[in-house]
Design a protein around this ligand. Structure first.
Ligand code: CU
Length: 239
């Protein structure tokens, strides 16, 4: 290729990069806070399976709500419920990992894209039974004996907040969310989330939690703009 052609190609690629960075660079960030007295979580009795007990030195509590020191809410699923341009988004090849360490699901709530692999791990040395209670996607019920350390599943349909449970250890539950697009996040220990690479547009952002009613907020983003959207959950009846 001669120099002239190389320059042309360079300029073309450069323009494409500029286009991509300006067209899909809006972001939403925020924090989720629980407004109220910290609920007391009951300790989980794992005595039925002594192998589960060997993985913990102290008390283990349920994962229905996870609050930080200042009521920051972790494990809240945030996604764009309305406004995402309807097109085919690339399917990530990187799997979402669902661990069953110490007879607890980690994470207790997750998002995954249609077709993206869900890698389910069993490092416990005991039998788990991965029972997926999805409705739009086929339900599955999969035994993972102690020698079966790993298995992979995928989902074909968009579906939200379906339970995956273990029938052997009834306290084990996680919530799956299957999306057609990558615009979702789960809050970290600080209650914070970020959804980026968004095109300009008007969106409805939804915050979803296992026990409390979902919250929705509408936001309009210009190209490259970042806006803060905060959510506050409270006990039912105190809204
Ligand atoms: Cu189990």
């Amino acid at each position: 290729m001669n120099t002239k052609k190389l320059v042309k190609v360079g300029v073309f690629l450069g323009l494409q990069l500029i286009f991509i960075s300006t067209a899909f660079s809006a972001s939403i960030t925020g924090q989720v806070i629980y407004d109220g007295k910290k609920p007391k979580l009951r300790p989980i009795k794992m005595d039925a399976d002594p192998i589960c007990l060997t993985h913990h030195s102290g008390e283990v509590v349920g994962q229905s709500i996870t609050l930080g020191e200042n009521n920051e809410m972790a494990n809240v699923f945030i996604h764009i419920a309305e406004g995402v341009p309807n097109k085919d988004y690339p399917t990530p090849t990187e799997p979402v990992v669902l661990d069953q360490k110490g007879c607890m699901y980690d994470p207790p709530i997750f998002g995954i894209q249609v077709g993206q692999p869900l890698k389910i791990l069993n490092p416990d040395g005991t039998l788990h039974n991965v029972h997926c209670l999805s409705k739009k996607n086929p339900e599955f019920n999969l035994a993972m004996p102690k020698f079966r350390k790993e298995t992979t599943k995928t989902f074909k349909e968009e579906e939200f907040m379906f339970q995956i449970k273990c029938d052997v250890h009834p306290w084990m539950v996680t919530y799956g969310n299957v999306l057609k697009h990558p615009f979702y996040n789960v809050t970290g220990d600080d209650g914070k989330f970020t959804i980026d690479n968004l095109p300009a547009g008007t969106y409805v952002i939804e915050a979803v939690q296992q026990r409390l009613d979902p919250k929705r907020v509408s936001v309009t983003l210009a190209e490259g703009e970042t806006k803060e959207v905060n959510f506050s959950f409270s006990r039912p009846g105190k809204k």
